[in-house]
Ligand binder design. Sequence first.
Ligand code: HEM
Length: 312
Amino acid sequence: MASEELSERLVDSINVAYGVHPGHRAAHAKGVLCAATFTPTPEAARLSRATHFAGPDVRAHVRFSNGSGDPGAPDAARDGRGMGVKFYLPDSTTTDIVALSLPAFFARTPEDLLAFNEARRVDPESGELDLAKVGAYLAAHPEAMTAVNAAMTHPIPASYTTLTYHALHSFGFESSDGTVRHGRYHLVPESGEVALDDAAAESKTPDFLRDELVDRLADAPAVFAIRVQLAGEGDSIDDPTETWPEDREAVDLGRLVVTGLAFDRERDGDVLVFDPTRVVEGIRLTEDPILHARSGAYGVSVSRRTAAESHG
Ligand code: HEM
């Protein structure tokens, strides 16, 4: 399949699940944009020669989101959450980390993802899943189970800042002497992980995650450690469905301090998109087919949402 067609079909298949909501992202439609500052550790500069790891501090934006493509979905819905980070580098370029609160992704390839989305398409008449189809897909693709189980049991977070987020793809970190080590980013909240029980979640207002963030950041910044888990012997670096053993060496790259809500983007026609393939010198992409399918799909989502905006 030509890559443009694949990108369109990926977004179409997301639209089937969540509906079409003009002017909004096809996935992660509801989110909150925040201002942040990143301070690297000395270890970051040893791992990679990327400029934001060399210091001094750089400005960043963080967008926290719910995974759903429905911008009206209530915040207490069971859903994976997203955290996009955009670093503004001294040479006026940007680089992004785009992470989910799930420990693994649903598919190894975009073709598998299309087949999975097709299998879990609900019947428009009854609103029901075809459990036989879902079962057949999962039996043929056991690698999807980690993400499926995590999505089904996902905690309702007390705050966007009390979840750990995982970028899932591996990247090659190239040091100044040319050594390349592969690893995966994790964004770990300093405040720890805090979830709501069912009763507390039921009592929450539809936009409580945004309101909570406003209140929290009025008192103090929220801090995440940006950590890289390095691949060990035998770990796949191009399969985002595979988790690695927890005991893999981890390197703390620095602190991301989220200071308040940001209103300086996504206004007056400005388009904000987080794209994990937007990397800088010192960070390399792998061959991971899901990673490479994302830019095209995000581009389709952007052109559809901006076309909708320009038509009012
Ligand atoms: C082929 C697989 C995937 C497809 C087709 C896909 C599709 C999309 C689309 C269409 C958007 C909206 C883009 C926009 O309008 O700006 C989006 C946003 C997002 N995706 Fe994915 N995605 C995929 C894989 C992933 C993975 C593996 C992760 C995490 C590791 C992820 C995390 C996110 C996040 C956090 C956002 C919201 C970014 C923001 O706040 O602007 N996605 N995705």
